[in-house]
Design a protein around this ligand. Sequence first.
Ligand code: SF4
Length: 371
Amino acid sequence: MSRPSRGPDPTAIDTSRRPFVLVWEVTQACNLACDHCRADATPTRHPDELTTEEGKRLLDEAREFGPGQLVVLSGGDPLARPDLTELVEYGTERGLRMTLTPSGTSSLTPETVRDLGNAGIQRLALSIDGGSPEAHDSFRGEDGSFEQTVQAARAAREAGVPLQINTTVCAQTADELPVIRDLVADLDAVLWSVFFLVPVGRGRILDPVTPERAERILSWLTEVSEEASFGVKTTEAPHYRRVAIQRRRDSTDAPQSDGIGRRLGIIAGNGFAFVSHTGDIYPSGFLPKSVGSVRKSSLVERYRESDLFQSLRDPDQFSGKCGACEFRHVCGGSRSRAYAHTGDPLESDPLCDYVPAEYDGPMPVGRASDD
Ligand code: SF4
């Protein structure tokens, strides 16, 4: 299966019209029991999961966003669906850029990775949350997960499938980051996606890092990105852009770029959309506030026209210190974390340590105080 050519220039995407990333949670089923699981995954598939035909209709609709739409098949463990390869092929044939985030289980064999590569998968994203088998397996809740993940990573490179490594940052994993950085390089990954914990699903039982520690980690990540052979991006920590700008410019004048050459403004609902295993449309999997179901509504229309998505794309509607912040148009804070702590997605992100110079209002709800 030939893969679609490179997608549209990310800097040219109008995120009021289309998401840069569309995530479809193809199933909630997974054999792992990770401490941080957003999906509250279970061993069995939900009886009301989108069917193969419904999934294909969803992929047809994703094309309407525009050429080369990026689609991430997530879970649970997408490999729990027997039609996964069929769905990858279907999307690829229609010009979608199909990527996958499988779990590190015994299902993730080199043969499976090769089959998915042949079906047209454009990127495999694997999670590594510890720099040793002991640390990773204990976080993921299954012995052997580290070895299976590393084996799959090597298989992806051998099959010519670009590799992404995802890592969760919380108090339990933060000390592992330097070792994981070295592993990302050893595995020849193209991107390290560093996810800052949002307390949803089973992630509620973990401890977030404090804003001060998050700031130190973000600053360190900008150094890593300047030296590493791979790219670095953060998930649910858009203040990485603010930190990068401050490091580069030592100035806070109306910033228009993130200083690390990355497209701005991709946060929940603004360049990002999520479809759940039963078809609900959310701004993000970490912001589970539905604006309708793909079974009854148009995904494209809901993304462009729903009040929630429109408000998430308007930083001038944000409240608290995010609303007062001069970086709100390039950062905007994690809308998911604001929602998790307050029930209001337009509130401030409690993980950010920055306080705008003239701001004298309340500090965000949910600031962690100790690591
Ligand atoms: S206060 Fe909000 S908008 Fe400003 S840098 Fe922090 S998270 Fe971003």
